[in-house]
Design a protein around this ligand. Structure first.
Ligand code: GAL
Length: 657
């Protein structure tokens, strides 16, 4: 557990650097990330490098006892490079190249950019690979930010055709897989295939899905190139990338497979404002963020990181980029930091050391104000440092690895598929996944977020949000785990080629769930269907967004546990497998998960919506996002390492379990 900061020496007079480094060290900062946007200063004119300033910056930080996270500067190719190779610019769905003048103005498929990136990465890695102050690396910055994963350039099309050839081998195999006989879309060769854009009405869904898969693979290929260069010149230094919150435009598991550390950039208030949450939810958590949002991302990135994950950028105060940008409540920067550690983080690194007085992000807070005084976020970071020392001193296993009894399956392709073929306009995979996660957290459960190809051994409860395409061995792996398994609606509803399975959904999963989804319907946002539980309680709730109509040839094998008002099954069970035929309201979801958790032998605790509990090693962490104090009734006073039995609003308590 340690803290870091993002620093831009090129934004400030060199006369300030030593004092900055000294104050960072005094505050307890251990690592400093630099240079991710510094290409125009590193190579001001083609082929002429100016290393002097960066050498001195690294030396100043190193001399102060700080570890440097060196970045490759490829998120911002300089003007001269774009002028030499305009085909580096990504092309939008409107067919127009994006312009120079902000950032991330490159196409992952551009051969010119691949070569230019190889060259600058090699230069930086050669220069600093063995520098004693450089302890870690970051590739690029936030792959895909500002909608830059998918490009419709000629270069992308060329590579897409190659990608298709490698996948299908013959054009007839592609025609068969996609079903291009529909609407006379048959192709005679791979060279006839264009990007699925600018068609009269919707382009072929299998074509679109493959384009998304291809674009995702391009990100992984580009990152791998950088990682290989860094490893060759800087052996032994872990390589990271900073992913984004709830970002789903490429398969993060594939990119993370090449990294040592998966990190993410946490801006809970900006995220709340920009995501799907209803206006009343946005108002309710305005200055704290949603209680499950940061932790969901922690658990996602923990699940793909070889070394403990990090928060590479932590929101320190108001951001600049959401529609509205509130200030965090006092205490929230501290709470967010502790929440990251509670979920397994190795480092929380604040963005940024000092607010910039110029350019796009001049309204974005830092740990220091532009006139160089410690801001509220800086004071709270300092408090976190003091508390880390207390926690580490009192607990040998504070940095323990987390392994939960509950797994939530997470899949990027599912997001693309439902986006391409939603069937109901609000069928938003990240939202439904988050709602399941939130229900589990409201029950006091620690959750591992895992990919579809994970080993499920050792879990007691596995929750699968709507998963249209399940791997062939999915049912077998789930069954072997011995866990209770909850499957959301639309699971198993498509094949890999985006067709309806021959035996109807849930396709191959019918081996464990002997049912057949013979009809589906989507529901308008203002429409719900009543649902009644078949248990003693007769409790009721509502179904939203979606309904699967289920029947079964093996009626006796299916236990119908809830029904819609018209009598159709809403929730059925077969052995350890539970199938939900709709998305239910939050309270009903919590209720169902509590019941199934009990059947799985997992203890739950009804926490409601504003207090959250996490366990790491022998420590239990309690976070209060709400407006009222929360009292821990059954914990001895002398068990507390930080805080006490009374957890104030925005408060954190940590106790030995
Ligand atoms: C991140 C990005 C940073 C900065 C920050 C502002 O998305 O990596 O460079 O722009 O947001 O909140």
């Amino acid at each position: 557990m340690r803290v870091g900061v993002c620093y831009y020496p090129e934004h400030w007079p060199e006369s300030m650097w030593e004092d900055d480094a000294r104050r960072m060290k005094a505050l307890g900062i251990e690592q400093v990330r630099i240079a991710e946007f510094a290409w125009s200063r590193i190579e001001p004119t083609p082929g002429e490098y100016d290393w002097g300033w960066l050498d001195r910056a690294v030396d100043v930080l190193g001399a102060a006892g700080l570890q440097v996270v060196m970045c490759t500067p490829t998120a911002t190719p300089p003007k001269w490079l774009i002028d030499r190779h305009p085909d580096i610019l990504p092309v939008g769905a409107d067919g127009r190249p994006r312009a120079f003048g902000s950032r991330r103005h490159y196409d992952f498929s551009s051969p010119a950019y691949f070569e230019a990136s190889r060259r600058i990465c090699t230069a930086v890695a050669e220069r600093y690979g063995k520098h004693p102050a450089v302890a870690y690396w970051q590739t690029d910055n936030e792959f895909g930010c500002h909608h830059t994963v998918v490009s419709y350039s000629p270069a992308a099309l060329t590579r897409f055709r190659e990608w298709l050839k490698a996948r299908y081998r013959t054009i007839n195999a592609l025609n068969d897989a996609w079903g291009t006989v529909f609407w006379s879309m048959e192709y005679r060769s791979f060279d006839e295939i264009d990007a699925p854009v600018a068609t009269v009405t919707e382009a072929h869904p299998s074509h679109r899905l493959d384009y998304r898969r291809f674009a995702s693979d391009e990100v992984a290929r580009y990152n791998r190139m950088q990682v290989e260069i860094i490893r060759a010149h800087s052996p032994g230094r872990p390589v990271a990338h900073n992913f984004m919150q709830l970002f789903t435009e490429f398969d993060h598991y594939k990119v993370a497979a090449d990294l040592d550390v998966a990190t993410w950039d946490s801006y809970p208030l900006g995220a709340l404002e920009e995501q799907w949450f209803a206006p009343d939810i946005k108002a309710r958590w305005l200055r704290s963020g949603h209680p499950d949002f940061a932790s969901f991302n922690h658990d996602v990135y923990r699940g793909m990181s070889k070394l403990p994950f990090w928060v590479m950028e932590q929101q320190p105060g108001p951001v600049n980029w959401a529609q509205w940008n509130p200030a965090p409540l006092p205490g929230m920067v501290r709470l967010w930091s502790w929440e990251a550690f509670a979920h397994g983080a190795g480092c929380v690194s604040y963005f940024r050391w000092r607010q910039a007085p110029f350019a796009q992000e001049q309204m974005h807070a830092g740990l220091n104000t532009p006139d160089n005084r410690l801001d509220v976020g800086g004071q709270e970071a300092s408090q976190v440092v003091d508390e880390i020392r207390t926690v580490l001193a009192a607990n040998a296993d504070a940095n323990a690895t987390i392994r939960s009894k509950v797994a939530l399956v997470y899949d990027y392709e599912a997001k693309w598929l439902f986006e391409i073929h939603p069937q109901g306009a609000d069928f938003h995979y990240p939202r439904f996944t988050f709602e399941y996660y939130s229900a589990l957290r409201a029950l006091g459960l620690d959750v591992d977020v895992v990919p579809v190809d994970a080993s499920f051994d050792g879990y007691s409860l596995i929750v699968v949000p709507p998963l249209p395409v399940a791997p062939d061995d999915f049912a077998a792996r789930l069954a072997r785990s011995g866990a209770q398994v909850v499957l959301g609606p639309r699971t198993g509803s498509k094949t890999r080629d985006l067709r309806i399975p021959a035996n109807l959904p849930p396709g191959a999963l019918s081996s464990v769930l002997p049912l057949r989804v013979w009809r589906v319907e989507s529901m308008r946002p203002n429409v719900t269907e009543a649902v009644t539980l078949d248990d003693q309680s007769g409790a009721e709730g509502v179904a939203r967004h979606w309904r699967d109509f289920i029947d079964s040839d093996a009626a006796t094998a299916l236990d119908v546990r809830a029904r819609f008002a018209d009598g159709h099954p809403a929730y059925v069970r077969s052995g350890a497998f539970h199938y939900l035929a709709s998305l239910f309201d939050d309270a009903l979801t919590v209720r169902l998960f509590a019941r199934i958790a009990a059947e799985a032998g997992v203890t739950t605790e009804a926490l409601g919506d504003s207090v959250r509990i996490s366990r790491r090693g022998a420590l239990t962490y309690v976070f209060n996002y709400g407006a009222d104090p929360y009292t821990l009734d059954n914990v001895a006073d002398n068990a507390f390492v930080v805080g006490s039995r009374e957890v104030a609003p925005q408060g954190v308590s940590i106790y030995r379990s």
